[in-house]
Ligand binder design. Structure first.
Ligand SMILES: NC(=O)c1ccc[n+]([C@@H]2O[C@H](COP(=O)([O-])OP(=O)(O)OC[C@H]3O[C@@H](n4cnc5c(N)ncnc54)[C@H](OP(=O)(O)O)[C@@H]3O)[C@@H](O)[C@H]2O)c1
Length: 326
């Protein structure tokens, strides 16, 4: 099967297409024919060896070269094989979700309880399906589980135009918050169209220096800090960041014991969040934002674009469009 392989850390050109053996599933797994995957920060940071929390993460991912040489985490495609224990899925199901090593024609995923894939809503394309999981699940986990978002709260989303931010704005609105989105000039209209009540252009104004106070500041791109945001948090306000640093982890520990304002980081979003997002999609409560779509063969261009750090919503990578190969 066609596979995008990353055998060394470096620029987008380290990604090459190779022929690999089709994976063999276990009893609790399904085999998915991938129709669309994506370029998330996990992919371009892992490829470029730019993971946060250096050197800890480098030890985990491989010191000299990547331990896992197939990237990709988001997937939309069709189930072509099911293991003996799988009852929730059947051959031919159109699914979307999270599956490790999705930069390939076929990928394996858990098909039993705890699966991070689910059947696609009928109104969703494969491209859209691959543009949702990381941003949708992460935003939901941060706002609901870590932030305990409530109706009427004032919520600021920094990085409102990114892969995580576009869902964070929509979900915060869905939960009844008054939402302020922070983005650059070119994305102001998009962020307003996603439901933000107010937008701040970060190229013109520094939101941390304004006189507004927020119940939640969700830094979806990790470009600010708890120290800077502390003064714009309400008395019991929460600062959430998707990007860890040793300083943030210390502040998280410290604020869990001392003071009313909290700093939080987490890694989360699983089966429950996926089902919740699926329902919202079915009911047209949230929409998908795709910046660009690249064919599988142009993965180098896709990563080069993502590396610039200005993608809007998701970058999708397609393969096997409409073609069923077994
Ligand atoms: N903890 C977790 O579980 C988890 C899960 C998913 C992602 N993450 C992390 O979350 C981060 C964001 O992911 P993403 O997919 O949203 O990234 P992304 O889409 O690649 O981020 C690009 C977006 O960030 C905006 N941006 C860049 N600089 C900014 C600034 N100074 N202020 C405000 N916006 C700015 C850009 O807008 P402009 O073009 O206007 O600058 C662009 O729209 C990544 O670092 C990723 O590793 C963590």
């Amino acid at each position: 099967m066609k596979t995008i392989v990353c055998k060394r850390y470096g620029p987008p050109e380290v990604l090459v297409i190779e022929d690999r053996e089709k994976p063999i599933i276990k009893d609790h797994q399904v085999l998915i024919q991938v129709h669309a995957t994506s370029v998330t920060p996990m992919d371009y940071r892992a490829r470029g060896a730019k993971m946060p929390l250096w050197p800890f993460t480098r030890v985990m991912t491989g010191i000299r070269r990547p331990k896992q040489d197939i990237l990709g985490i988001e997937v939309a495609g069709e189930i072509v094989e099911v293991g003996n224990e799988v009852t929730e899925f059947k051959k031919g199901d159109r699914i979307f979700g999270l599956a490790d090593k999705s930069y390939a024609e076929y990928v394996v995923a858990r098909g039993t309880k705890g699966a991070t894939i689910t059947t696609m809503p009928p109104n969703l394309s494969y491209e859209e399906g691959a543009a949702i999981p990381v941003g949708g699940l992460t935003s939901l986990y941060f706002l609901k589980t870590l932030g305990n978002i409530q109706v009427g709260q004032k919520v600021l989303i920094n990085g409102a135009s990114g892969g995580v931010g576009v869902y964070a704005v929509q979900l915060a609105k869905y939960f009844g918050a008054e939402v302020t989105g922070v983005c650059s000039t070119k994305n102001l209209d998009l962020v307003k169209s996603l439901g933000a009540d107010r937008v701040i252009d970060y190229t013109e104004n520094d939101f941390t220096k304004e006189n507004e106070e927020y119940d939640i500041v969700f830094d979806a791109v990790g470009k600010s800090s708890f120290s800077k945001c502390k003064k714009i948090l309400c008395e019991e306000g929460i600062y959430l960041s998707t990007v860890p640093s040793y300083r943030l982890l210390f502040q998280m520990l410290w604020t869990s014991k001392v003071g009313k304002k909290k700093a939080k980081f987490g890694l989360g979003g699983g089966p429950d969040e996926l089902q919740f997002i699926r329902e919202l999609l079915i009911n047209n409560e949230i929409r998908v934002v795709i910046d660009r779509t690249y064919p599988f063969e142009q993965i180098v261009d896709a990563h080069a674009y993502a590396d610039k750090g200005h993608k809007v919503g998701s970058l999708v990578v397609t393969l096997n469009q409409g073609k069923v190969t077994q």
